[in-house]
Design a protein around this ligand. Structure first.
Ligand code: MG
Length: 393
């Protein structure tokens, strides 16, 4: 039985991964890391019996132990914070590491797993956005495979099977367009938290759902695709496809377009990443093609969704610019979720941080971490200024 570690087991991808593991019955959970929801974490630990778990801090660990006592379950070895998460990511019995934490916390642990030569089922796109060069160089050196769990990249991975890279014209990422596809720029800028969290097709965590509403998610995915598949920005297109049936496409030099279709259920992509190169029956309802009706496609509107342009700009500028954009965006999205800023301010803040950022090469971990930290503190400072201006106003 192959061993699996999961970083971020109580999130949406983590929970779905455990469902896939249960369904397949050919993997063993060796280590789990989770930052929140200790009651749910305790249930997972009781059921899957990992040898090692990681929590964010002492307090979470104490809660976990109490919850495990309530369930009369054995308490495994517990480690804390990013060191703990790295121990989960590099556990000697893990053949596959599912990287599914939200935001930048999974970055260093995922890098260590790559260096250790593990197969990475990558759901945390921020890691490639922050440091795609570093990650892919480490993978080339250790022989680690990176299998994308993000549905678009998973689709492209499937479309590229058996194809020669030289015969590919461009990658075409589909975007649902999110809840504001038909709204005006003013309506989008003034949207409430509830409206922004109401994604039409996918059920996901809060951060990625807000990123989907601003199309920042698609921008981050363009950068992710750059590193996963080695295509420059001008050969990665985005098309809005509101039905989310076509998960992405590849255009060949002869004009043929190969598309991958499937249900909007992340378990499909997760299972593909775990069992590749094999395919196995899964537990997701298959698409009922005859009942799909119309599938539509349209160009994205960069004026209403400036975050998408910012991502292209960051990728073209290169170096740590995407790192800075990702960091600023994490701060801005959290501020929006906390009710401190409006949705329109997210793009403004991201752009302001990019304008001030001096890009450095991403070939070293130090540069990446320094850019990430700089952009975060800069974004927080800019937010502070907004808050005091609002108080005065
Ligand atoms: Mg996606």
């Amino acid at each position: 039985m192959k061993g699996i570690s999961i970083l971020g087991s109580t999130g949406s991808i983590g929970c779905n991964t455990l469902k896939v593991i249960e369904h397949l019955n050919e993997f063993r959970v060796v280590a789990l890391g989770a930052g929140r929801n200790m009651p749910k974490f305790a249930e997972q630990v009781a059921k899957f019996k990992p040898a090692l778990v990681s929590c964010d801090n002492e307090e979470s660990a104490e809660t976990l132990v109490q919850e495990l006592h309530k369930l009369k379950a054995k308490v495994p070895e517990i480690q804390l914070n990013s060191k703990g998460l790295t121990a989960v990511a590099t556990h000697k019995d893990a053949d596959i590491v599912v990287s599914a934490t939200v935001g930048a916390v999974g970055f260093v642990p995922t890098l260590r797993a790559i260096e250790a030569g593990k197969r990475i089922a990558l759901a945390n796109k921020e890691t490639l956005v922050m440091a795609g060069e570093l990650m892919t160089a480490a993978a080339a050196k250790s022989g680690a495979e990176i299998l994308p769990v993000d549905s678009e990249h998973n689709a492209i991975h499937q479309c590229l099977r058996g194809e020669k890279t030289a015969e590919v014209n461009r990658l075409i990422l589909t975007a649902s367009g999110g809840p504001f596809r038909e709204k005006t720029r003013a309506e989008i800028e003034n949207a409430t938290r509830e409206e922004a969290l109401n994604h039409p097709n996918w059920k996901m965590g809060d951060k990625i759902t807000i990123d989907s509403a601003t199309l920042m998610n698609k921008g981050l995915e363009v950068i992710e695709a750059r590193w996963l598949f080695g295509f420059d920005a001008d050969r990665i297109s985005v098309v809005v496809h509101p039905q989310s049936v076509v998960h992405s496409m590849v255009e060949m030099v002869d004009g043929s377009v190969i598309a991958q279709m499937g249900a909007t259920d992340m378990r499909h992509a997760i299972q593909y990443a775990l069992t590749y190169p094999e395919r196995k029956p899964n537990c997701v309802e298959p698409l009922d093609i005859g009942k799909l009706g119309q599938l539509t496609f349209e160009e994205p509107d960069l004026d209403r969704f400036p975050c998408l342009s910012l991502a292209y700009k960051a990728l073209e500028m290169g170096g740590t610019m995407p790192t800075a954009l990702n960091a600023a965006n994490e701060i801005a999205v959290q501020a929006f979720l906390d009710g401190k800023i409006g949705l329109g301010r997210i793009a403004e803040l991201n752009e302001a941080v990019m304008d001030e950022h001096e890009s450095r090469p991403t070939s070293t971990l130090e540069n990446v971490l320094a850019a990430d930290e700089w952009a975060r503190s800069r974004a927080i400072m800019m937010l502070g200024k907004t808050a005091s201006a609002q108080l005065r106003g």
